[in-house]
Design a protein around this ligand. Structure first.
Ligand code: MN
Length: 257
């Protein structure tokens, strides 16, 4: 069992070390992760410049590799030439904040797993639902233990092609988590705003801000599961086709438009 570990918070993020330490109980691990934070960078492949990788030591003395590309670049590089041995599983995280509903299209944590699914390797994205703007130490141990449990089951049962698992773990002590719920993507509610300001040369610039995204805690959704104290496991597929719209749009009369 050969497992690739990556993330979108940068190779030195504590969530990555906690994940790597848990995954070492399942197989041999290699780490290739970005050299800086790519949170909310979406699905990126760097085409117009080379990628450079270097070896570093993590806090526990273990070896990791870091490169100057995005999380999805790291997965592509790691699985298509950088490491000679094939990977059986890619695990991305542990992100300090939840990736729910439409977040999956923004999330570097999730899009790293999407890249693995495209390449044809089973993949899991793991995020912790820590309180926004939490300062100081975050305990990733509970999330890491769930990541290991879910990785074991993924290896045992397998995933269909082009499917990945998006895992979100409540920020609760282990004995307060009620279990694992298989969920669908919920509905995030974003509060996007842009502040228009004037730069020292008199030209306008725009800086995004706004309240932390909320969500509708429907039963059966990822947001609902976390609200009820469950670990949420959402199978995500890369086929974004809106099948129910195909008949409707097929009936559009093009000659009249
Ligand atoms: Mn992140």
């Amino acid at each position: 069992m050969h497992i690739l570990i990556t993330n979108d918070d940068g190779v030195l993020a504590p969530g990555l070390l906690a994940l790597a330490q848990a995954m070492r109980q399942l197989g041999t691990t290699d780490i290739l992760a970005p050299d800086h934070n790519w949170s909310a960078s979406g699905h990126v492949r760097t085409l117009d410049r080379p990628l450079r990788a270097r070896e570093i030591k993590l806090e526990d003395g273990s070896t990791a590799w870091t490169c100057d590309g995005a999380p999805s670049d790291c997965v592509a590089l790691a699985t298509c030439g950088f490491f000679s041995e094939k990977f059986d599983l890619v695990v991305s995280g542990i992100n300090p904040n939840a990736n729910l509903g439409h977040d999956v299209t923004y999330s570097g944590t999730v899009t790293a797993a999407m890249e693995a699914a495209i390449i044809g390797i089973p993949a899991i994205a793991v995020s912790l639902d820590a309180p926004e703007n939490h300062l100081g130490f975050l305990d990733y141990n509970v999330a890491a233990q769930y990541a290991l449990k879910i990785a074991r089951a993924t290896v045992k049962y397998g995933l269909a092609a082009n499917v990945l698992l998006n895992v979100n773990v409540p920020y609760l002590p282990a004995d307060q988590i009620k279990g694992i719920q298989i969920t669908r993507q919920g509905l995030r509610v974003y509060h996007n705003q842009f502040d228009r300001r004037i730069d020292p040369r008199g030209r306008p610039y725009y800086w995004t801000f706004g309240e932390v995204p909320g969500g509708i805690a429907e039963r059966g959704s990822d947001i609902g599961a976390l609200a009820d104290g469950y670990v949420s496991v959402t199978p995500i597929q890369l086929d974004l086709t809106a099948y129910t719209m195909i008949p409707d749009i097929s009936a559009w009369k093009w000659q009249e438009s």
